[in-house]
Design a protein around this ligand. Structure first.
Ligand code: SF4
Length: 341
């Protein structure tokens, strides 16, 4: 019999498990402590539970952690890990060390339904939603787990298309009975799903990053099919009407493609549509992926675009390219692995 995984369960879910097994009320909190505050790998190690309780639990449940199956390291220190999920599918996780922080970039789905034309993960198609166990296992089983200071949901998949499991993982990361991380250390990135963005804003206190890539309806529709049904204007209205506290940040991700979305016209329109939203823009210089028709702008063009946005009063930064030599662009490594199998 396949055992159910305990790791990735919320406190309420653990309460349901312990009740069903006839364990005392305080056992759920004890199990959460073992799962999220200590580094055990088996039920037998939960030594403050009686032997009988451990036996009962162990008959049906396991911890459910799994190591990455392979990794690649860039000359700049970025590492990319592949984890196996959902019976022979692969997901990618990136570890990005910097001088003052160490960030993990996790996947929320295997593949993706959204079909953004510049994205390798989009080209794979959708293979499945990750469970909260599979999302958090990327974090807990990362060899650099103890160094981590920040987490971004910017790997494979659209997090808000897997809202329940993503919210569960955020609850475990930020609850006092879980990892106790401040929500300000976590950013969830979305292309802007109207059906779930409000739920995310209301049920979590983590930062939000929206992938924008063009302020023009027609152009964005060509890059990101989601624009046909979830216009960025409507997404911005939701953000504009939400009461963000001073700690919580909204940012916009903007991949710059040469001679496409990097003109003064784009700067002007970005300033217009973002008017009234306290935010920042992160510019990302596009790096060509196999088969891509897009080109990468020069470093000077990226800086000029940044300065022009800053002059319009929008705080804009350029995200340093990391791990280019290990194909760190989301979806590349797992595509290679899928092609092998
Ligand atoms: S960019 Fe994000 S939402 Fe778009 S296809 Fe890639 S993984 Fe999916």
């Amino acid at each position: 019999m396949q055992k159910e995984k305990l790791y990735g369960k919320t406190l309420n879910e653990l309460v349901a498990v312990t009740k069903r097994l006839g364990m005392p009320g305080f056992a759920a909190k004890q199990i959460a402590d073992w799962l999220y505050k200590k580094e055990i790998r088996s039920v037998e190690e939960m030594t403050n539970l009686s032997k009988r309780m451990r036996e009962l639990l162990g008959q049906e449940y396991e911890i459910g952690l799994s190591e990455p199956v392979s990794s690649a390291e860039s000359t700049d220190g970025t590492k990319k890990y592949l984890y196996k999920v959902l019976n022979n599918k692969y997901i990618e996780t990136a570890y990005i060390p910097e001088t003052d922080r160490a960030t993990i970039c996790v996947s929320s789905q295997a593949g993706c339904k959204m079909g953004c034309v510049f994205c390798m993960t989009g080209k794979q198609g959708f293979q499945g939603n990750l469970t909260s166990n599979e999302i958090l296992n990327q974090f807990r089983s990362l060899p650099e787990f103890r160094n981590l200071t920040n987490m971004v949901y910017m790997g494979m998949g659209e997090p808000l298309d897997n809202i329940n499991e993503v919210l569960k993982s955020l609850e475990i990361l930020t609850s006092e009975w879980g990892y106790g991380w401040s929500p300000t250390r976590i950013t969830v990135s979305t292309i802007g799903l109207l059906s779930t963005i409000k739920e995310f804003l209301e049920r979590s206190r983590c930062h939000l990053a929206v992938s924008l890539h063009s302020p023009f309806d027609e152009e964005r529709r060509k890059l990101m099919p989601i624009q046909r049904t979830n216009s960025v204007k409507d997404v911005l209205d939701v953000i504009r009407n939400f009461d963000f506290n001073s700690q919580r940040r909204v940012s916009f991700e903007y991949i710059l493609f040469k001679d496409m979305n990097d003109t003064p016209r784009h700067v002007k329109e970005l300033a217009r549509i973002l008017n009234g939203i306290k935010c920042r823009i992160n510019l990302i210089r596009f790096h060509p992926v196999p088969g891509s028709l897009f080109r990468s702008p020069g470093v000077d063009a990226v800086n000029d675009f940044k300065e022009a946005l800053n002059d319009k009063g929008i705080l804009t930064t350029v995200r340093a390219s990391r791990g280019v030599d290990i194909q760190a662009a989301c979806g590349l490594l797992s595509t290679l692995e899928l092609n092998k199998t």
